[in-house]
Design a protein around this ligand. Structure first.
Ligand SMILES: C[S@@+](CC[C@H](N)C(=O)[O-])C[C@H]1O[C@@H](n2cnc3c(N)ncnc32)[C@H](O)[C@@H]1O
Length: 321
């Protein structure tokens, strides 16, 4: 067994658990409790005799890098699942390091278990249960309680996070391609980056950033918090159903991280060239209150459609003057 096989087992575990509500049935009483995370058949099989191959593989991995790579693999996969199911979750770099430590501990516990003479299914369940508890603590510590109150059933419903055609986005964002200033950056461009690809096809110098996409020389796989936007660089920054939606969500939550988003917004605005524009939809009602140096910007709101009454159904165009 080698690292590739190990990753295959890990993928199998994630596959059967990617919709489970980790908070389901979690309480302080460890007895008589079924872990929300279920062991896959493959995982149960490799825990049976003979386990030497798995033990050897984990031992080698430990000697190589003290399980650094495997725990990073676990961490990347699980964060992808968390944010796929709920786009409003956010994990700072430091917290991702903490999560890696949780996984290192988990691998250590499984390793100890494997070295026992005899393992029951219950022992495995208990390890998974403890791990579920650790993940729940981690989620609350990083994202607060509020957001998880809606997680009630055994399986979670993915929060809506659609992607839209380039044509629709162009229409909503009121982009005038005859006068658009380059380079263009689409923040939260989506996995398929429809608008970025469309603009590039037309010959525009366009880029996209999203934490769920396949990166290439114009698509950046990153959290928008971790991007260095540079100063006075972008001609046009767009964000359709992404950045402003997150501000709205976090502003309306007791324990949201709206201040971090305001700070990022400030940085995004400063990354515009003079005459550059940040265009986003939906709008935010009190945008002015969190822009410092307001005199440097011109703010315009344009109604998305004639029959849309809600004051968020506007596109906001902020020009750096
Ligand atoms: C509703 S989708 C909109 C996608 C695209 N703008 C469109 O209109 O088709 C929101 C996008 O924001 C991305 N997103 C959410 N939070 C993010 C973050 N912190 N960093 C980077 N991307 C993020 C999601 O991955 C998702 O692709």
């Amino acid at each position: 067994m080698n690292r590739k096989d190990l990753y295959r087992y890990i993928d199998g575990q994630f596959k059967i658990n990617d919709k489970v509500n980790l908070f389901y049935n979690i309480n302080d009483d460890f007895s008589d409790t079924i872990s929300p995370i279920r062991p896959s058949r493959d995982f149960l099989d490799i825990c049976r005799e003979p386990r030497v191959e798995l033990i050897d593989c984990l031992k080698q991995e430990y000697q190589r890098d003290e399980w650094e790579d495997i725990s990073r693999y676990f961490t990347t996969r699980v964060i992808r699942i968390f944010t796929y199911n709920n786009q409003y979750l956010y994990f700072k770099r430091e917290s991702q390091e903490k999560l890696k430590e949780i996984y290192r501990g988990f691998i250590g516990n499984i390793y100890t278990l494997l070295n026992r003479k005899k393992i029951d299914r219950q022992d495995i369940e208990m390890e998974l249960y403890k791990h579920s508890c650790n993940l729940c603590d981690f989620l609350i510590a990083t994202n607060g309680n509020d957001i998880f109150n809606r997680y009630r059933n055994r399986y979670i419903d993915k929060l809506v996070c659609e992607e839209y055609s380039a044509r629709l986005q162009l229409k909503i964002l009121k982009l005038d391609l005859n006068h658009i200033v380059e380079p263009i950056l689409d923040i939260g461009c989506g996995e398929s980056a429809n608008l970025v690809k469309y603009l590039r096809k037309l010959g525009f110098d366009a880029y996209g950033v999203d934490r769920s996409l396949k990166s290439n020389d114009y698509l950046i796989l990153s959290d928008w918090f971790d991007v260095d936007y540079s100063k006075e660089y972008w001609g046009t920054i767009i964000s359709h159903m992404a950045f402003s939606n997150h501000i709205w969500h976090h502003k309306n939550r007791k324990d949201g991280y709206v201040l971090d988003l305001y700070n990022k917004m400030e940085e995004i605005l400063q990354s515009l060239k003079i005459g550059g524009r940040f265009i986003y939809a939906p709008s935010l009602p009190d945008i002015v209150s969190y822009i410092c140096n307001i005199e440097d910007y011109n703010i315009k709101k344009v109604k998305i459609g004639p029959n849309m009454k809600n004051d968020r159904f506007y596109t906001t165009i902020i020009t750096r003057v």
